[in-house]
Design a protein. Structure first.
Length: 89
């Protein structure tokens, strides 16, 4: 998911609590609960490029603010008890 959002891809995902704990609807992805909702979202974004672009823009902004590669790496290092430092030469 991180790579897709960072690349500017619109994600359509079946509604689930795991992903909702990370991103809200409209933050780079749209949730659907049925096949009819999925097809309606696809139809909407095929005809409304501005709406598509806005969801992608919001997703990239949110992802960069909350889950950038630097932040993700720092979090992993912290959880492992490894301090981040500059390499020596």
């Amino acid at each position: 998911m991180r790579e897709a959002l960072g690349c500017g891809t619109l994600l359509l995902e079946e509604d689930n609590s795991e992903t909702r704990s990370i991103l809200n609807d409209g933050e780079g992805l749209r949730y659907f609960a049925s096949a009819d909702e999925l097809f309606a979202l696809i139809d909407q974004y095929l005809v409304d490029a501005a709406a598509h672009t806005e969801v992608v823009r919001r997703g990239q902004a949110v992802w960069t603010a909350r889950h950038s590669a630097e932040r993700w790496t720092a979090t992993l290092l912290q959880r492992l008890g490894i301090a981040a430092h500059s390499p020596t030469r």
